[in-house]
Ligand binder design. Structure first.
Ligand code: FAD
Length: 598
């Protein structure tokens, strides 16, 4: 640090420095109080003229013995601001580089220099070395949406980051074998069905001819575009990408298998983002015709028949893809409806359409066994299902298991629960203070947008920020046709937990755009809590996943029915159904006739 120019043990007068051509500038904020100890260069007050905002720093380290200004005072160059009883030495701190100095800054630099997400990024408060000489400040294990986001955010905050990934491409499950390829194939499924439905509008297309190789090439090109983008962004950010499988050797060392150049790496902090893998059913034969979702997204052929075991989000999406491309699909689900967890009224239109496109949907039914012969023979237990039936392929979509038990967590002293999740706190911190866990391995819901949000939180915490995962809601979307989406409190949950609510709903049958799109089976509903603020929302229909985003913002902002209803929504859009559901709650809806309650 620089030498202290105040001398030791003296009282130093801090005055308004040369602030350019300004006279009588207002003090808009006093950042310290009498008795506070301050560092040299620590900002004491914020001044605002009509042209600029600037902070005036202390010229000495010590204790504020007297403050000569207060909020609202006006000052000019040379005016006394404070007396500082100097402590002698000046500790150079990180905040020095952040303070605005004594030059007029443009805009609201005082505000911009505090808090995360600001324009001027806070600089990292840790360095690769702290006391040791680690290979990197932050090691990120796994490059899915959680991992790459964490790595990029940490690098953007000035940390030296190494990203370890066992596959040769970045992007994890989401980009390579999950969210992205499934949606690329669902798009062609939707076009095929929409084209067939156009016959009733007077437009007839021929029977679709499917070139599977080309369809899969297209899917791969979508993936390549995104994973290529990640690679280039990692290199631009100088994130060191290491290809290999990592396991912890101790709490500051990762052992790496499968890389000829790097066999181990040491780290100051680590972020675990190793994701999850599909659950297979115990006791089933090993057979290539028994698919995971990954196999189903890269098929060798379009099978004649497919049994989908598990009617959750992944099961329904893949059933939709295959049924549209000509496969005879049956779905078997253990609970009493498709998409367990979602409200039944939202699932109804989907079930109706799935019933049309699939052979059978058996709910409250179990698969009791599977035999592999010429065909795959599944046996069932349930009221409507046959005793057994033959299939060309069977997809197991009964959930995903976190990878927490596969990374030598015990060597780092990390807690991993029975199911393989690594428990974390609001900062995504594990039981080991300098190790974080995010994404599918850290808990539920196992969704990409939760992983990315956590990735930012963990990276910011590594850089010394006080970030926390405090999102009120995490939306869920089923990308079938129709889409089903919900966020916050569901009606099922409200009833179960005794949460008081009122509901505003708008049926798409009364929405002009939905009628034109032949999507009148849709519905949008909003739930409001006792204080009138929105607490949950659900929608079913074309593009419901996009509609739900507005309601997530409304919940985060604490909006009530008037806030949403008085927001002008573009016409004619499906998004209007959100505004109108709010109007239904507020009692101002004119697009439906709702008789007054007597
Ligand atoms: P992952 O994406 O699982 O990435 C983990 C990475 O870590 C992988 O690249 C893996 O190779 C690597 N790794 C693991 N162990 C090691 C190790 N020891 N050393 C080095 N590298 C390692 N979510 C949504 O939000 N929307 C959707 O529409 C959606 N659709 C889906 C469709 C399907 C078919 C599937 C299977 C999932 C879908 N998901 C969807 C879920 C989503 O893919 C996951 O929630 C998300 O990928 C989790 O991100 P993550 O960063 O936690 O881990």
């Amino acid at each position: 640090g620089e030498a202290d120019d105040s001398g030791s043990g003296e009282t130093v007068e801090v005055k308004v420095p040369d602030i350019g051509d300004f006279d009588s500038v207002e003090v808009i904020e006093v950042l310290v109080a009498e008795g506070d100890s301050v560092e040299k260069e620590q900002a004491l007050i914020t001044l605002e003229s009509d042209k600029a905002t600037l902070e005036v720093p202390s010229t000495a380290a010590g204790t504020i013995s007297e403050l000569k200004v207060k909020e609202g005072s006006t000052v000019s160059e040379g005016d006394l601001i404070a007396l500082v009883a100097s402590s002698g030495g000046s500790k150079q701190t990180q905040s020095e580089s952040k303070s605005g100095g004594n030059k007029p800054a443009s805009g609201d630099s005082a505000k911009a220099s505090s808090g995360s997400g600001s324009k001027s990024e806070p600089k990292a408060t840790t360095s690769a070395s702290d006391d040791h000489n680690y290979d990197c400040d932050v090691l990120v294990l796994g490059s899915g949406p959680g991992g790459y986001t964490a790595a990029f955010r940490a690098a953007d905050m000035g940390l030296n980051v190494t990203l370890v990934e066992r596959h040769s491409v970045l992007g994890g499950v989401c980009l390579n074998v999950g969210c992205i390829p499934s949606k690329a194939l669902l798009h062609s499924a939707k076009v095929i069905e929409d084209a067939a439905n156009m016959a009733s509008h007077g437009v007839t297309f021929g029977k679709p001819e499917i070139d599977l190789a080309k369809l899969l090439d297209y899917k791969q090109s979508v993936i390549d575009q995104l994973t290529g983008g990640l690679k280039s962004m990692a290199s631009k950010r100088k994130v060191n990408v290491v290809n290999g499988t990592g396991t912890f050797a101790d709490d500051h060392t990762l052992k790496i298998d499968g890389n000829d150049d790097v066999s181990q790496l040491t780290f100051n902090k680590a972020i675990i983002a190793v994701g999850s893998e599909p659950v297979m059913l115990p006791g089933w034969p090993e057979d290539e015709r028994i698919w995971t979702s990954e196999d189903a997204l890269s098929p060798d052929e379009i099978p004649g028949s497919l049994l989908v075991v598990g009617g959750g989000i992944i099961g329904c999406e893949i059933a939709n893809v295959y049924a549209a491309h000509g496969t005879e699909v049956d779905i078997v689900e253990m609970t009493d409806s498709l998409i367990p967890g979602a409200d039944k009224d939202l699932i109804k239109p989907l079930t109706k359409r799935m019933n049309k496109r699939c052979g059978n949907i058996w709910v409250s039914t179990k698969v009791t066994g599977l035999e592999a012969g010429d065909k795959l023979t599944a046996s069932f237990e349930g009221k409507d299902a046959p005793e057994s039936k033959d299939y060309d392929r069977v997809l197991v979509a009964v959930g995903r298991k976190p990878n927490g038990k596969k990374i030598g967590a015990e060597n780092a002293g990390l807690e991993v629960n029975d199911r393989g999740f690594i428990p974390v706190d609001k900062q995504c911190r594990t039981n080991v203070d300098h190790i974080f866990a995010i994404g599918d391995v850290s808990g539920e819901p196992q969704l990409a947008h939760r992983a990315t949000h956590q990735g930012k939180v963990a990276a910011e915490c590594c850089a010394g920020e006080k970030s926390a995962f405090d999102a009120k809601v995490i939306p869920s979307v089923v990308y079938t046709d129709p889409e089903v989406a919900w966020t916050g409190v569901t009606e099922t949950q409200a009833k179960k937990e005794g949460i008081e609510y009122t509901k505003g709903a708008f049926p798409w049958a009364a929405n002009g755009r939905a009628i034109g799109l032949d999507a009148t089976d849709g519905n949008t509903k909003l739930l409001f809590g006792k204080d009138g603020r929105i607490i949950g929302a659900g929608a079913v229909g074309s593009g419901a996943g996009d509609l739900i985003a507005e309601t997530c913002l409304a919940i985060e902002m604490g909006a009530d029915a008037h806030d949403i209803g008085l927001t002008i929504h573009p016409h004619p859009t499906l998004a209007e159904t959100v505004g109108m559901a709010a109007e239904a709650e507020a009692g101002t809806l004119t697009d439906l006739y709702i008789p007054k309650k007597k």
